[in-house]
Design a protein. Structure first.
Length: 229
């Protein structure tokens, strides 16, 4: 009653509770027999609870599937568990204190599923799928440095230093904007690795051991004022 009607006198809160319970029971069982207790909402002294065995709680089932998937490490199971937990928990009660801790727990579990799924996909050689999973997760949590780190490492492993550098700068911007911090040492080291790989790729084609004599002759003729044929 304190949670539902804070500041309301006890007598009024108790009356509100009785009306609410009556409405809830009729919503769950539209045509109950007279004086029949609810099959779903039970009371025991001052405790109210949902009847075990008659009620399924989707987030409980999703958390259980996630635990099984994390233990198995199977990519399909991890993906299915992530899809089950990917929706926001109780969006209509986003600011309610009583839902905050459970929401944090679900969010932490989702983060773990994303990392494990991406790592599994990379180990299986499914790099494009791994990149897709990480990008989608970063759309939801742009300041998650661990996701940025994994994606930069993925780009480096794929031999795509430009994308790795772009991702580093995206992480730097998001971390500065949301948290006021810079990327950690590991992400900075990967950035330097990507820069070195890009420099090596850019410089290598410029090395030339034999001059191009045809081009050299043309330059001599132009510099001497010889007209074009």
């Amino acid at each position: 009653m304190e949670q539902l009607w804070p500041g309301v006198p006890m007598e009024s809160a108790l009356r509100n509770l009785r009306v609410t319970l009556h409405a809830a029971r009729h919503a769950l069982e539209p045509e109950p027999a007279p004086r029949t207790p609810s099959s779903y909402v039970a009371a025991e002294g001052e405790m109210l609870f949902l009847t075990v065995g008659r009620v399924r709680v989707d987030v409980d089932e999703a958390e259980e599937s996630a635990s099984v998937a994390l233990a198995s490490g199977d990519a399909d199971a991890l993906g299915a568990a992530l899809a089950s937990l990917g929706r926001e928990l109780l969006p209509e009660d986003r600011c309610a204190d009583w839902a905050r801790e459970r929401r944090r727990r679900v969010e932490a579990l989702c983060e773990e599923l994303v990392r494990r799924l991406a790592e599994r996909l990379l180990a299986d050689g499914r790099t494009k799928d791994a990149v897709g999973v990480l990008r989608e997760a970063l759309d939801r949590s742009p300041a998650d440095e661990r996701l940025h780190l994994l994606l930069v490492r993925t780009w480096c492993a794929m031999g795509r230093p430009r994308q790795a550098i772009r991702q580093y700068h995206a992480s730097r911007e998001a971390l500065a904007e949301e948290l006021g911090v810079r990327p950690g040492a590991e992400l900075e080291a990967l950035h330097r690795t990507a820069l070195a790989a890009l420099d090596a790729r850019t410089v290598a084609p410029r090395a030339r051991t034999t001059p191009d004599l045809a081009h050299l002759d043309a330059l001599v003729l132009i510099s001497a004022g010889t007209p074009w044929d």
